[in-house]
Design a protein around this ligand. Structure first.
Ligand code: DGJ
Length: 717
């Protein structure tokens, strides 16, 4: 089959033009803003033709175009899209198109079948634009030969405009996820990898490239994400021949994917987004996540998580006192964290033995669950299913169920734990039975906090002697899917020492992520801002900690701790049994302020403003219909401008008139600063301005001390 016409995908304000490239393999001639409904065939032809490079001296005699599976057989000198061989042979496939079919029921999509009869490989490529304008790609490779085919790499390729000049990604560590880093895009390849068996605290959720100076409010930017919870590779490459492209793939270990005759390998889905600014780009991910059939539709219950309140010091009376204090404050869900199961008195032992510890709960969890739910709270429970302590009955009974490189040698320990090999049917069945039994015997458990506290190292299976990361990730997905099928109303939180497993693969089967183990509000400003490039606020756990952060030692006011957590899935992680009356009143006020607004905060558009002042932060949510908005202005450090310089408020409806007011913060101590300032002109009267004026002219924010925050509420008249 030969195909000569370009194909035009169009949905959600985005467009992709696919043209037949080398050997007919599709090339993405365009990806970006919608090109309009009536793009005539000849202009699509023109668009594809206009991109074709000119043969030049020192090069091939034919023009070489970057295809969606760039290969040497097409003349491609850069990083190839497919790498593999059959005992060293068939290392350079040359594909021909054998099928090309549109399927536009939900958005706009295209499936292209490729085959190479000499190398005996079939490759199915799938392209789709969804209703949010996300560009989705995936592929399936099938071995049609008589001998095994060893796959090393199958990457999905997203060309970006030549205007891209800067790279943005994030890095981090435990307690400090998602910190941005930027550099100039130059010729060559920039790669971010995870070899941790989970995305990792340092994982970049997006690899983004954009025009000079692109930011949250403006600047053309394209980004890619891989919907996969295991090892992965994201890359951006600029060639000396004028192409720039993003690539996303699962990172495969040697011998990990060896396709037997007739077998196939499925890539995870790679998801691309573009925007005029990161706010618009992120909004596409938010919209797509919100359209999932199982996206949480009821208000996100305000959560009390026991970890930083009591750690391992569990006992019925103490927990009940905590739940009672929480209920009085407006808490709606109580989550019993680590420490409830057999032998788990600290973090050295017990993982794997998923039976209630009768030394702590002599009659099981039932009495505590009954008492907590009688207060009107939901009950949630912490688990860490994939993990096992060598000091556990499970590890002693089944040492062969621990992932390991072979010859009985265990990988180096992390948090005194190893990883259970879920690719072994016995281990998988054990976990499924244990989790299912817990949920069946305690039907009031509405929520699992599913933790994963170590990286995988040398993750081989004793059953095969081979690297098992790929199959392990699929097995975890199966386990979650099976549990959710058996317990349809169960909600699951993805936690991995905080935010080390945040990706659209795990999000297919979970209802929120634990954004970070660090609850220090100053750190959280950055962590939440950049996790929010992928996730809408209702999927991010944001908790109010005690006054002194357990992870940084910094002390912060309740107003700052609560104000920074306000927009997300709110929680409290603090021993609230010892609060003074004034503290309790203030905290209850913050919880009420959140619950009164969460419905529209959790369906609205997230806006981050670009402020000239690096010591200030302005972020907010505009209701989906533009009728109201809430912004938090945070004075992170001290500014040189005194009083504070005007701030422009973006993201509102240009033509609507908004009433602008400073929202009184709960708590008596949060009034004007004594003696430090006179009155802000609009503070008592409020303001009426159009969205356009607020965006283009702005307003003076109040003068704040460092680490103070003000809330600005806007209501359309
Ligand atoms: C790491 C999590 O991120 C914490 O919130 C807590 O659940 C601990 N694990 C418990 O071991």
């Amino acid at each position: 089959m030969t195909r000569s016409e370009p194909d035009y995908l169009r949905a959600g304000g985005a467009a992709v033009v696919l043209a037949p490239g080398g050997g007919g393999v599709p090339a993405i001639a365009y990806w970006g803003e919608d090109l309009g409904a009536a793009a005539p065939v000849e202009s699509l032809d023109g668009l594809a033709l206009a991109q074709l490079p000119q043969p030049v001296s020192g090069g091939l005699d034919v023009p070489v175009r970057l295809s969606t599976v760039p290969l040497e057989s097409q003349g491609w000198p850069g990083t190839p899209g497919l790498v593999g061989a059959r005992g060293g042979r068939d290392f350079s496939p040359r594909f021909r198109v054998s099928g090309w079919a549109r399927g536009d029921s939900d958005g706009s999509s295209l499936v292209v079948e490729l085959s190479d009869d000499d190398a005996r490989l079939d490759l199915e490529l799938r392209f789709g634009l969804d209703g949010a304008g996300l560009f989705r790609q995936s592929a399936r490779l099938t071995n049609r030969g008589d001998e095994p085919y060893e796959l090393a790499s199958l990457a999905l390729t997203f060309p970006v405009p030549a205007t891209a000049a800067e790279v943005l990604d994030t890095t981090g560590r435990h307690l400090r996820e998602r910190h941005p880093q930027r550099h100039a895009l130059t010729t060559g390849r920039y790669v971010r990898e995870s070899r941790r068996g989970r995305p990792g605290a340092d994982a970049t959720l997006l690899l983004a490239v954009g025009a000079v100076g692109f930011g949250f409010e403006r600047g053309l930017v394209h980004a890619v994400h891989l919907a996969w919870s295991g090892d992965h590779r994201l890359a951006v490459e600029r060639t000396p021949t004028g192409e720039t492209f993003l690539q996303a793939e699962e990172l495969l270990r040697p011998g990990e994917v060896v396709l037997a005759p007739g077998e196939s390998y499925e890539t995870p889905e790679a998801v691309g987004a573009w925007g005029d600014g990161l706010n618009e780009l992120a909004a596409r991910f938010h919209r797509a996540l919100r359209s999932r059939p199982r996206h949480p539709s009821r208000p996100r219950p305000v959560t009390l998580n026991t970890w930083e309140a009591v750690y391992f010091d569990l006992d019925h009376a103490r927990l009940l006192e905590l739940a009672r204090a929480g209920a009085r404050l407006g808490i709606e869900r109580f989550v019993l964290d680590d420490g409830w199961f057999r032998g788990r008195r600290d973090d050295h032992a017990g993982l794997g033995d998923w039976f209630v510890d009768d030394r702590v709960f002599p009659d099981g969890l039932g009495p505590l669950i009954d008492d907590v739910t009688a207060l009107g709270l939901e009950f949630g429970l912490w688990v860490e299913p994939e993990m096992v302590n060598p000091d556990s009955d499970l590890a002693r009974a089944r040492p062969e169920w621990l992932l390991q490189p072979g010859s009985g040698r265990l990988p180096l320990p992390a948090r005194h734990q190893q990883v259970l090999d879920l690719t072994q049917p016995g281990a998988y069945a054990y976990l499924l039975e244990r989790l299912d039994a817990l949920l069946t015997e305690n039907p009031k458990i509405a929520y699992l906090k599913w933790d994963h506290n170590r990286d995988l190292l040398e993750a081989g299976s004793t059953a095969t002697g081979r690297s098992a990361g790929h199959e392990q990730t699929l097995a975890v997905y199966r386990l979650m899917d099976e549990l959710r099928a058996r317990h349809p109303s169960l909600e699951i939180e993805s936690c991995a020492s905080g935010g080390a497993r945040v990706d659209l693969g795990i999000l297919e089967r979970t209802d929120r992520v634990w954004t970070s183990d660090c609850i220090d509000p100053i750190e959280r400003l950055t962590i939440q801002k950049y996790t929010g490039l992928l996730l809408p606020p209702e999927l991010m756990g944001m908790h109010i900690s005690g006054p002194r952060s357990h992870s940084t030692g910094r002390t912060a006011s309740l107003a700052l701790r609560a104000g920074v957590a306000l927009f997300g899935h709110l929680g409290v992680e603090w021993d609230v049994t010892g609060l003074t009356d004034a503290e309790a009143e203030e905290l209850a006020g913050w919880i009420a302020l959140h619950t009164e607004r969460r419905e529209w905060l959790h369906t609205g558009r997230v806006v981050h403003a670009e402020l000239a002042d690096p010591a200030a932060d302005l972020r907010g949510v505009v209701a989906d219909d533009g009728s109201r908005a809430l912004f938090a202005f945070t004075q992170v450090g001290s500014s040189s401008a005194y009083p504070a310089a005007p701030i422009m408020i973006p993201g509102l409806d240009d033509d609507r008139v908004y009433e602008v007011a400073l929202l009184p913060l709960p708590g008596a101590g949060n009034g004007p600063l004594p003696g430090a300032r006179g009155e802000l002109a609009w503070e008592r009267t409020g303001l009426k301005m159009t969205g356009r004026m607020l965006r283009a002219s702005g307003l003076r924010p109040p003068v704040l001390h460092p680490e103070e925050l003000a809330l600005i509420e806007l209501t359309a008249r």
